[in-house]
Design a protein around this ligand. Sequence first.
Ligand SMILES: CC(C)(COP(=O)(O)OP(=O)(O)OC[C@H]1O[C@@H](n2cnc3c(N)ncnc32)[C@H](O)[C@@H]1OP(=O)(O)O)[C@@H](O)C(=O)NCCC(=O)NCCS
Length: 166
Amino acid sequence: MSAPPPPPARAVAASRVEMTKIVLPQYANALGNIFGGEVVAWIDMCAAVSAQRHARTSCVTASIDAVNFLLPIKLGHIVVLKSQVNAVFTSSMECGVSVWSEDPMTGVRSRAVTAYTTFVSVDAEGRPQPVAPLLLETDEDRRRSSEAHTRRASRVALRERLRRSS
Ligand SMILES: CC(C)(COP(=O)(O)OP(=O)(O)OC[C@H]1O[C@@H](n2cnc3c(N)ncnc32)[C@H](O)[C@@H]1OP(=O)(O)O)[C@@H](O)C(=O)NCCC(=O)NCCS
């Protein structure tokens, strides 16, 4: 029996997600800023939608790295998360996420958090499976993909070290 045809390539734009939240009191810490772990959960969710829009399969989080909290996000602020697939490898994809804090009174938006996530496309048994190629249509797409390939090399090396030490 012949192997199934590879999935069709999809453009970066097809994976873009914008998710909007508001910082309610239950998400805030004692200083009146959002609790960092809550933002990470939102980052994971936003990126998961990007990965699934690209792969059109179930996808699981393999890693979240380079989480940088640049500014505190205040109670009552609007939070806008933006994500997209930056690069596709074999069964895995890197999604980039930026998180913006919007003052509801002025509309001024500031970039507050950035992160990279890696998702793996899995079959019904949870086994990794090849994901559709990514169509790089713009210079920005190509730059992000090239940088993602560089970051992947570090992740693969780290995983290898963790495997050897466990
Ligand atoms: C992620 C997972 C499916 C990988 O399965 P595995 O049997 O180790 O598979 P492989 O070693 O063949 O790796 C599969 C892909 O994942 C990538 N990967 C695995 N761990 C990774 C990590 N920590 N960071 C980045 N990529 C990783 C590999 O590089 C490989 O990529 P490629 O196919 O594009 O080359 C498995 O470890 C798992 O199920 N983890 C738990 C996921 C989870 O529960 N997430 C939280 C809830 S959704």
